[in-house]
Design a protein around this ligand. Structure first.
Ligand SMILES: Nc1nc2c(ncn2[C@@H]2O[C@H](COP(=O)(O)OP(=O)(O)O)[C@@H](O)[C@H]2O)c(=O)[nH]1
Ligand SMILES: [Mg+2]
Length: 406
């Protein structure tokens, strides 16, 4: 498993490298970031799961962390000194195993607590905070986590910001989500079910087909916590099922598909079209219709540029700007007879087809020059694109077959 993932990451890096100069750097960045995140993830124990507690202020994230620990580790009621920073709660026995990884994640606050040895809980900054950094922090961390517990309370489970800003855009990763309806002690027991059903409906509207929902009371007004050990069991099962690299695979699959669309498959049919355009332009040049030849070639390159798009398109467009001067120089060449033609002309002076032969020779010569000056550089630009396309296709096939096998 580990080796296969490393193999996929290597293929992804190769594909990204062959896209350089073909696809804009900004468009490559999301895939590059996923690969970087995954390389960080594989550097820590596979049998540990990093699980984040995410939700609005007062939903009960810190209370839930405390209930899981059976001790007060995360301050409740927003009095933690730096609520903008995530707090990691690590199992006492394994604090050393995961410290480095948390450092890579940028989680600097850590406490050791008696939690299951496979679990590392991260109490995240509130999602509804007015502080923009909170949201950025959450968004930056999400892709690097194994599971996310979205904690909601009976009042705010339909909060528009949570659904629109977080859940809708992230719905592709819902296999890694568990939804926790907290504070059920505040609801009449008969109402809990209908609130769960309504939450499920809201999540379906976000694009999450079959959400896992667990109802709990992390810190009820009276009595012990409710449903917290069930939640830990559900989480324990879910992390067994959830393939740690699900998100990576989704990202690689979507990324490769997006970049493939950008690198072609457009069926440019370049060779045949180039041949035809060069023939027509060479004929125009021999007939001294220089302007028409320039138009013909420029129009062709512009179509190719538009079809190729991206950086390849820009390169071809740049080649197009040199067409007038290239055509000019070819026109000068074919005006004056070439040495070969002179020789032939002398030999065949008396023959009536002389003029025709000379025209054909000059046309061929013009065609060859246009090939060298205009078509070859365009072909090279397209070849880079084809190579990027091949590397991406290879990646897409490998990811698909990996997903099929697991
Ligand atoms: N009634 C009730 N109150 C809760 C429950 N869980 C948390 N609270 C209270 O809700 C408030 C906010 O909880 P906190 O854990 O700080 O939420 P956070 O902002 O998401 O970390 C605190 O006053 C908690 O005591 C619960 O299950 N039932
Ligand atoms: Mg809190």
């Amino acid at each position: 498993m580990h080796d296969t993932i490393v193999g996929l990451l290597d293929k992804a890096d190769l594909a990204i490298a062959s896209c350089a100069g073909v696809i804009e750097e900004d468009d490559l960045e999301p895939m590059a970031r996923s690969v970087r995140d995954a390389r960080i993830r594989i550097s820590y124990p596979e049998d540990m799961s990093v699980v984040a507690l995410v939700g609005g202020t007062g939903s009960g994230k810190s209370s839930l962390a405390n209930a899981v620990c059976g001790a007060d580790v995360a301050m409740v009621g927003g009095v933690r000194p730096t609520t903008g920073e995530p707090l990691a709660i690590v199992p006492e026995a394994r604090a050393g195993d995961i410290g480095g990884y948390l450092g890579d994640l940028g989680v600097s606050q850590q406490v050791a607590a008696p939690i299951p040895p496979w679990l590392c809980l991260i109490d995240m900054p509130d999602t509804d905070s007015v502080e923009i950094e909170h949201r950025l922090r959450v968004e930056q961390l999400l892709p690097r986590l194994d599971m996310v517990l979205w904690v909601v309370d009976p009042e705010k489970y339909r909060d528009a910001a949570l659904h629109n800003r977080y859940l809708k855009p992230l719905s592709a990763y819902s296999e890694q989500f568990i939804f926790v309806l907290n504070q059920i002690d505040r609801l009449a027991p008969t109402v809990v079910e209908s609130v769960v059903a309504d939450l499920k409906k809201a999540l379906r509207e976000d694009g999450i087909e079959s959400p896992r929902i667990v109802a709990i009371a992390a810190n009820p007004t009276s009595g012990p916590p409710m449903g917290v050990s069930d939640l830990v069991d559900v989480l324990g099962e879910a992390v067994k099922d959830v393939r740690v690299f699900d998100k990576l695979l989704v990202d690689l699959e979507q990324g490769a598909a997006g970049l493939l669309a950008a690198t072609g498959g457009a069926g440019l049919d370049f060779e045949a079209r180039a041949r035809a355009v060069v023939d027509v332009s060479a004929r125009m040049l021999v007939d001294r219709h220089t302007r028409s030849a320039v138009d013909e070639l420029t129009h062709f390159l512009e179509s190719i540029a538009a079809e190729a798009g991206g950086s390849t398109g820009s390169r071809v467009r740049q080649i197009a700007t040199f067409v007038p001067s290239h055509v000019e120089s070819v026109a000068d060449e074919v005006k004056t007879s070439t040495p070969i033609e002179n020789r032939r002309r002398r030999r065949r002076r008396a023959r009536s087809s002389d003029l025709e032969t000379s025209r054909a020779d000059r046309r061929d010569a013009a065609g060859e020059m246009l090939d060298d000056l205009v078509i070859d550089p365009t072909r090279n630009a397209l070849a880079a694109r084809a190579q990027a396309n091949a590397a991406l296709t290879d990646l897409a096939i490998s990811v698909a077959s990996f997903r099929g096998r697991h």
